[in-house]
Design a protein around this ligand. Structure first.
Ligand code: SF4
Length: 345
């Protein structure tokens, strides 16, 4: 079964009912549902959390006033095509904008797609030259699109070029491939993920424990067995994972796959994604309950990307306050189960 790429194909698979607004939604963002994700969808459940992530919805045509075409300000922080430079010591390098699936909530939904711009050889050379010329750049994050959509030989070459830049200490890859298209995790790919000198880290994007089927688990195990350190990143999404049980199951599943939960992203102000958004208060309340249920190993940091390109900040719940008894002069610290305790400043 090939990847589903059209509204007609989704209708044939009984994943959606016709609606005139869907053509507009599909026009605004490409469709791709891989066979692995299709297999996981429960067609009897109209609120299936896997389908919700990949099947276009008429709600995508509702654009809210606060929504942005570049919600995290990539453009404002891009000195050279393909580079985003937000913090002094690290850059994003986006060699292509193609993905194995198209997530309807994507923060780069107006950039990604089969027709999305890939860097030409000259543009890639200019991006590499930018990194080379700046000794303060210690970490290069390969993102896109999905960098694992590059042929393994091209990826290997790119990693080797970055590895040859002495001040680059870390090469980080962000990808959804091991989850949504696990057969791409081949021996050839594993060989490509072995820089000689720099440390390589791998962040895998996963939003629901059900995404971790046997093939995805096997792909993650191949990466972990090859010595690739794995981190998890999750987007908090209404109707997908915005309840404690689902998040708890996901974090436990990731840890059992040797993936350390890294970030829980607050959903960005992406155009046409109001139906995925959760309030900050809701996110904090979920994190508070998770704190009492999961070990530190399974705790992600709840973060918000500040619109305008100002970077990420942790927005989890606070546990410290002032003692209402001003005479004590102490702090009041809340434990993971809601108990309050005095603590000296
Ligand atoms: S795989 Fe990542 S970049 Fe691609 S559509 Fe999904 S969230 Fe966006």
């Amino acid at each position: 079964m090939p990847t589903l790429r059209t509204l007609k194909a989704l209708e044939r698979e009984k994943l959606m009912t016709p609606d005139p607004r869907l053509a507009e939604a599909a026009e605004a963002m490409a469709i791709a549902v891989t066979p692995e994700m299709l297999d996981l969808i429960d067609r009897a459940d109209p609120a299936d959390p896997i389908a919700r992530q990949f099947v276009p919805s008429a709600a995508e045509t509702e654009i809210l006033i606060e929504e942005l075409s570049d919600p995290i300000g990539d453009e404002a922080r891009s000195p050279v095509k393909g580079i985003v430079h937000r913090y002094p010591d690290r850059v994003l390098l986006k060699p292509l904008h193609v993905c194995p699936v198209y997530c309807r909530f994507c923060f780069r939904r107006e950039k990604v797609g089969p027709g999305g711009e890939a860097l030409s050889a000259a543009e890639l050379a200019a991006a590499i030259a930018y990194i080379k010329a700046r000794p303060e750049i210690w970490e290069v994050i390969l993102t896109g699109g999905d960098p694992l959509m590059l042929a393994p030989r091209r990826l290997e070459k790119l990693i080797a070029v970055l590895d040859a830049i002495e001040h680059v200490g870390v090469i980080r890859i962000h990808s959804r491939v091991p989850i949504v298209d696990p057969s791409r995790v081949t021996d050839e790919l594993l060989a490509a993920l072995k820089p000689r000198r720099a440390a390589l880290w791998f962040a895998v994007h996963c939003n629901h424990a059900r995404e971790l089927g046997p093939a995805a688990r096997a792909a993650l195990a191949r990466l972990a067995d090859a010595g690739v350190p794995l981190m998890g990143q999750t987007v908090l999404l209404a109707g997908v994972n915005d309840d404690v049980e689902t998040l708890e199951a996901l974090m436990r599943a990731l840890v059992s796959c040797r993936v350390k939960p890294y970030y829980l992203h607050h959903p960005d102000l992406v155009r046409g994604t109001g139906h995925f958004r959760v309030s900050v208060e809701r996110g904090q309340a979920l994190m508070k309950v998770l704190r009492g249920r999961l070990s530190g190993l399974a705790q992600p940091t709840y973060v918000l990307d500040v619109p305008g390109g100002h970077g990420k900040v942790p927005i989890g719940p606070g546990y410290l306050g002032d003692d209402p008894d001003a005479l004590s002069g102490q702090l009041l610290v809340e434990d993971a189960f809601g108990g309050r305790h005095r603590y000296p400043r």
